[in-house]
Write a protein that binds this ligand. Sequence first.
Ligand SMILES: Nc1nc2c(c(=O)[nH]1)N[C@H]1C(S)=C(S)[C@@H](COP(=O)(O)OP(=O)(O)OC[C@H]3O[C@@H](n4cnc5c(=O)[nH]c(N)nc54)[C@H](O)[C@@H]3O)O[C@H]1N2
Ligand SMILES: Nc1nc2c(c(=O)[nH]1)N[C@H]1C(S)=C(S)[C@@H](COP(=O)(O)OP(=O)(O)OC[C@H]3O[C@@H](n4cnc5c(=O)[nH]c(N)nc54)[C@H](O)[C@@H]3O)O[C@H]1N2
Ligand SMILES: [Mo]
Length: 819
Amino acid sequence: MDASVDRIARPWGSRTPYRRHEKWPERVDTCLADGVDAGGVQRWVQAASILHSDGDAMDIAVADGRMVGVRGRAQDRVNRGRLEPKDLFAWQANASPDRLTRPLVRENGHLVESDWPTAMDRIVARSRELLAERGPGSIGFYTSGQLFLEEYYTLAVLARAGIGTNHLDGNTRLCTSTAAEALKESFGSDGQPGTYDDIDHADVIALFGHNLAETQPVQWMRILDRLEGADPPRLLCVDPRPTPVARRATVHLAPRLGTNVALLNALLHEIIRTDRVDHDYVAAHTVGYEELASRVKDRTPEWAAAICDVPAARIAEAAELLGSADRLLSTVLQGVYQSHQATAAAVQVNNIHLIRGMLGRPGAGVLQMNGQPTAQNTRECGADGDLPGFRNWQNDAHVAELADVWNVDPKTIPHYAPPTHAMQMFRYAEQGSLRMLWITATNPAVSLPELSRIRSILAQERLFVVVQDLFLTETAQLADVVLPAATWGEKTGTFTNADRTVHLSDRAVEPPGEARPDLDIFLDYAARMDFRDKDGGPLVTWHDPESAFEAWKRCSAGRPCDYTGLTHARLRGGTGIQWPCNDENPQGTPRLYTDGITWAHPDVCESYGKDLVTGAADDVVEYRSLNPDGKAVIRAAAYLPPHEQPDDDYPFQLTTGRTLYHFHTRTKTARAAQLNAAAPDVWVEASASDATALGLEEGDLVDVTTPRGAVRGRLRVTDIRPGLLFIPFHYGYWDTKAGHAPDGETAGRAANETTITDWDPVSKQPLFKTAAAALHRVERGDGHPAPAPTTTASAPSRADALPGTTGGSLALVREEAAE
Ligand SMILES: Nc1nc2c(c(=O)[nH]1)N[C@H]1C(S)=C(S)[C@@H](COP(=O)(O)OP(=O)(O)OC[C@H]3O[C@@H](n4cnc5c(=O)[nH]c(N)nc54)[C@H](O)[C@@H]3O)O[C@H]1N2
Ligand SMILES: Nc1nc2c(c(=O)[nH]1)N[C@H]1C(S)=C(S)[C@@H](COP(=O)(O)OP(=O)(O)OC[C@H]3O[C@@H](n4cnc5c(=O)[nH]c(N)nc54)[C@H](O)[C@@H]3O)O[C@H]1N2
Ligand SMILES: [Mo]
């Protein structure tokens, strides 16, 4: 098969069906710039996608020192050559004319062009001043899930042992802190149990709050290929929206927002009632089963039906699917992690697997998904609220080990309290104890909840804000110093996807102007600050990506995320490799926990566990008595109603999330013509019955209002759950037409104008997916449809009524599959 496909109109491309337990066939997708053919490509440079956690391996096409296209890597285990629309088109943003090319500093209230020595001197001077006057707790770092491993590790060392601050977290707090927390609660440590290969072997695949089709489209291609092949899997989808996953599901449950725990407790109830429990597995590998069984004893489908507003019979069907599976694969993402009772719900999915013994075998696995491409590395390198190498901040032996690796006194590494989470860091900045915030590769002025509050925090005179980015984002406009960064394709480093596959991404082209790799910026700062170890030698002893990787390997040795068997050279040429990769597992490790649970023992675990309702941390004594032998912990949780419920003034539930064609705050995808055109502006989804009741029609201009603020957009009428509204969160103030963000002005396009400052007590992940809202018409539509794609969850309820989303000749992609 060799086809040319409009991959905006057909995001998942052509099918390559395969049968259960067979290997997924290769299909190589290639997109070259208009007017370039394969003969015109001078070099192909190895990389992997940086636009989601899938880790799609790709090569960047280079001609005359410029990127001219991409193609998938057939030999890679993750994607076998396939790319999704963002992978195919968003590379064009690298060459956007509005890239930052010089540092900027604030003079008399305005950002003006400067040079590196001036900008770095300002940062160093302010750091020194604050350290002397207020101590390390006045300095904070807010980083990303989009830098490279080498960069996070360097940042973690300089922040934790150089500055000695506890205030270092990633935007992974908004993204996958619940994934990490759920794994710690159940298995004692972070680390993904399953693997994407489980898709090839599962007979039932359950997706909880995960729109895989739009957010990891390549693994959805894999599921679509299995659905077209012999012995296809049955799908369970739990999502209140009619996502492409829901449309292909055997059973689709569309619960009321924030009721995941009630639903999951009913599913557990049914599995136990029908005795689909693997009692041998439970006895050998878990503690806590009796408690769970008694806690869900009365949690019948009828009980949950009243809470979730889903028919009891449908819940029973879902339980039958889970209970009858011989190989069950589950995935969990933001519909759980950003919703009410996030960790409690994610842990109940782990519990389904534990009581059914569905772990560590081909097809039997759980994927507590990541979202961002390098979120895994933020977590394992300790650039978030964890210590490097999944070490336990409450375990003095772990802190001593880390101090040993860094050759510092253990007292240098803050561990008097849990590492500060991002929401708390912004609170400290608001209250004034945090005076410097260095923001790298994240755009909180669009992505954090309750934006009016975030803007006023970042705009404070007393807070010194450094922003390191590619563009003058909504956040950068509020900074005191802006540092121009090089990005993917312009720098070398490694990163790890959601199934622990480590990929190398090489520099293909030079960064624009004076932009520098984030690693070089951190190394420069460490050198200028003259951070020292306890013998007076330099604290940071590495100087480039490869030496940083080697330093990280020493830190990872003997921990779950053991990288000691990997090198940059080994990652070049072939496929990505799954950690742990060490002497015992030289080829890497497809599945964790194949012979029981290995990282939950009190001496090695990353966490002693938390109360699922209050988030209070247990101590080692409690944990030792609960789990002396280091088995998996089955933790039960009672359902609690969401904090913000609809009422007369705010009668709707409101949720926010993604569309297939855009990435986050669109700094890259809005600068790729094909992607931008597919979803050029914000919209609001409502059900046909709600639209009729309010006299609203497709394309009407509406306001969605919550107690925090409002968003104005065009209405899209869909098959979404009645009573529920959805807004994509991608749209900030930056305007593709104007090419800039209006100074100080807010257009009311950002979903986070409406969201609440509230977080899960256990993982501290903000609640982007449970609010109450009002819906009002501002003006009638002019007959034009909302700017929402028709190919995705935002498909109109009357499919024939609107023209379909297409990409035209600019979106043609070559697909080559073996016959
Ligand atoms: N196209 C695209 N892909 C991406 C990204 C992107 O920006 N664009 N970002 C990447 C990142 S960082 C992330 S974190 C992932 C996120 O990937 P996903 O989690 O798949 O994406 P979301 O759209 O945030 O949320 C998923 C679904 O949760 C549902 N949901 C909302 N509330 C509830 C609830 O209370 N219960 C249940 N069961 N479901 C609910 C929504 O209807 C939505 O369809 O995507 C990654 N991939
Ligand atoms: N309402 C609502 N809000 C949400 C969510 C939601 O579902 N609903 N989802 C949340 C989730 S899961 C996430 S992950 C966050 C994402 O939120 P953000 O992280 O704020 O979103 P991005 O647009 O990805 O911001 C990344 C920034 O890094 C820059 N950048 C890219 N590459 C590099 C690099 O190599 N170096 C440097 N220095 N900069 C770089 C980009 O230009 C961009 O400005 O949003 C969260 N916010
Ligand atoms: Mo995310």
